[in-house]
Design a protein around this ligand. Structure first.
Ligand code: BJW
Ligand code: ZN
Length: 237
């Protein structure tokens, strides 16, 4: 197919490729997205649960949400989309900037992954500087730190800053790339949705892979209206 030949050429000729990924890339691994019909959990709006206020109002409820998601994520496998990106990393300069906390890029074999919004396995204390990784469930909800304060998932909620070192590094990669491929994100959440703007400043080509229109579809050089597990393998085949 001619269209895919030209994409393959773009990929082959690119000096540095940056992927910006969101929940949609893991949808075909059975992990729900945040918005649209998927964005409900027990009738709660996922967007309202992903805030520090929701956590302090009802930490038990927010922990139940993360516990369920952690179970789902641990039993999930990377799909053809994650695998294609990992494959591409073997023969091109590829960095993945992900908003996802599910670790599926790494599980697929990607090694250059920056997690902008934290990770489902990480926890930290709401008061002291304790942090850790969890592989099994806590016996108590909400779990408590040795200092007596409540532990929280080490993820980035609305109104919170992204980890500054990770964010600064992400901007550098976005500034340097000549091809940015934006996959499975609605691009409504800042500051992650500014990454394509940094790339554009370097005259990078922007490709979007998403079955639906997004906030920035009109800014893209090319839009592929397909799912990521269908579209991404074409980039490496
Ligand atoms: C497929 C597919 C398939 C489906 N294949 N595609 C007013 C008050 C306070 C703050 C703000 C405000 N106005 C703006 C802000 C800033 C705020 C923000 O952007 N809000 C907007 C919603 C308006 N941002 C922040 O607060 C950020 N911090 C910040 O700005 O710090 C500075 C600051 C400090 C203090 C005050 C104000 C600013 C932090 C944002 C943190 C976002 N956190 C979450 C939760 C992470 C942890 C967790 O996972 O639980 O991150 S929310 C959620 O949204 C999650 C996601 O990473 C993120 C993005 O969602 P994503 O990935 O795009 O998913 P969806 O569901 O939206 O889209 C899926 C897409 O996939 C769709 O397009 C589908 O079509 C597509 N798709 N199947 C390919 N098979
Ligand atoms: Zn503590």
């Amino acid at each position: 197919m001619k269209m895919f030949e030209s994409i393959k050429d773009q990929v082959k000729n690119a000096k540095k490729i940056v992927f910006v990924t969101g929940a949609g890339i893991s949808q075909e691994s059975g992990i729900p997205t945040f918005r649209g019909k998927d964005g409900l959990w027990r009738n709660y709006d996922a967007m309202k649960l992903a805030t520090i206020d929701a956590f302090y109002d009802d930490p038990k409820l927010v922990w139940e949400w993360y516990n369920e998601r952690r179970h789902n994520i641990f039993s999930a496998n990377p799909n053809q989309g994650h695998k294609a990106i990992a494959e591409l990393e073997k023969f091109a300069d590829v960095v993945s900037l992900t908003q996802n906390i599910d670790g599926l890029h790494q599980k697929a074999g990607s090694t250059k992954v920056l997690e902008l919004h934290g990770s489902i396995v990480k926890i930290k204390c709401t008061v002291c500087d304790f942090s850790d990784e969890i592989m099994t469930d806590f016996t108590e909800n909400p779990p408590l730190c040795k200092c007596g304060s409540i532990l929280r998932p080490d993820v980035v909620w609305f109104g919170e800053s992204l980890p500054q070192d990770v964010w600064q590094e992400a901007i550098i990669h976005a500034n340097q790339c000549d091809l940015m491929i934006i996959v499975g994100t609605s691009l409504v959440v800042s500051p992650a949705n500014t990454l394509p703007i940094y790339a554009k400043q370097n005259n990078a080509m922007l490709i979007e892979i998403n079955p639906e229109n997004t906030e920035m579809s009109s800014e893209m050089d090319l839009v592929i209206r397909n799912t990521s597990a269908n579209a991404l393998p074409e980039f490496v085949s």
